[in-house]
Design a protein around this ligand. Structure first.
Ligand code: C2E
Ligand code: CA
Ligand code: CA
Ligand code: CA
Length: 278
């Protein structure tokens, strides 16, 4: 099977192990899903610690599989990244997220940010800012209500990342560093990047109460970020104790099951915006 040419369809290859078959099957299903746009976004609230108000949501993709129902991103994002399918998927996510945010705004709800996860392939694709600019134009969403989440590893080529981030920031959108603290920490460069927010990874939040050193790390990240003029959001906040600690440490925003899991658009609307009279 390995020698099969690029355009050869391998229907039966005894040398392939079971996992290769599974992988191929998943890849084919994923291609169909891209064609049929079998995706749905769930939205998790981000809460301002000072006001207690929802100020943003993170858009998180699920695969609306015709048979297996909702498949979580951990089951298909890695393969989507390997195959490059993440690019069309990511473009669908960006557009849908902006459209949804505009719909909420148009129905009279308070304006909030929507955060969209970017993958490395999207970030590195030439003229990403043009794609983003086009989506903003097409959906009519004002740029300050869109946030893109990137990870530390995407900033390892400092020169290149700087240029991309400058172009994106030039559009007036916001940028956050996701999973902060887990990757290559280019602390020296943080201040020269056009970014707005650090998102402290949930692995640090998980045991801030039980683990004194994690608590100190979180405290230090918040202080450092504020010193650099950046905002801080903590993800994976599950308990009142974690929330109180983060509040004491002057963390700006929190996101996590303590407040709400990710929700379908309709549910988010009825739960958080129902008091608004249009
Ligand atoms: P992430 O960007 O770090 O997203 C946060 C994940 O933590 C989400 O998992 C969310 O449901 C989960 N979470 C939220 N609150 C809590 C909590 O209190 N405790 C714990 N333990 N977990 C919490 P989800 O939705 O399964 O997404 C997993 C990952 O898949 C995301 O991690 C992100 O890396 C990726 N992903 C999701 N949507 C997209 C997308 O549209 N594009 C790309 N490229 N990646 C995506
Ligand atoms: Ca994220
Ligand atoms: Ca994260
Ligand atoms: Ca993550």
């Amino acid at each position: 099977a390995k020698e099969a040419g690029r355009n050869t369809y391998v229907l039966y290859a005894p040398s392939m192990d079971q996992s290769s078959h599974e992988r191929l099957a998943l890849e084919n299903a994923l291609r169909k899903a891209v064609e049929r746009e079998e995706w749905v976004l769930h939205y998790q609230p981000q809460i301002d610690m000072n006001t207690g108000q929802i100020v943003g949501v993170e858009a998180l993709i699920r695969w609306k599989h015709p048979v297996y129902k909702l498949i979580p991103p951990s089951e298909f994002i890695p393969l989507a990244e390997e195959t490059g399918l993440i690019v069309p998927i990511g473009e669908w996510v960006l557009k849908e997220a902006c459209l949804q945010n505009k719909r909420w705004q148009d129905s009279g709800f308070p304006k909030i940010r929507i955060a969209v996860n970017l993958s490395t392939a999207q970030f590195m694709k030439k003229n990403l800012y043009k794609t983003v600019e086009k989506v903003l134009e097409e959906t009519g969403l004002e740029p300050q209500y869109l946030e893109l989440e990137i990870t530390e590893t995407m900033t390892m080529d400092v020169e290149k990342a700087s240029a991309i981030l400058d172009e994106l920031s030039g559009l007036g959108i916001q940028i956050s560093i996701d999973d902060f603290g887990t990757g290559y920490s280019s602390l020296n460069y943080l201040k020269q990047f056009s970014i707005h927010r650090l998102k402290i990874d949930k692995s640090f939040i998980r045991d801030i109460i039980s683990d004194e050193s994690n608590a100190r790390i979180v405290g230090a990240i918040i202080a450092m970020a504020h010193h650099l003029g950046l905002h801080v959001i903590a993800e994976g906040v599950e308990t009142r104790e974690q929330m109180s600690f983060l509040k004491e440490q002057k963390c700006d925003e929190i996101q996590g099951y303590y407040y709400s899991p990710p929700l379908p658009a309709e549910e988010l609307k009825t739960k958080y915006f129902k008091s608004v009279t249009v």
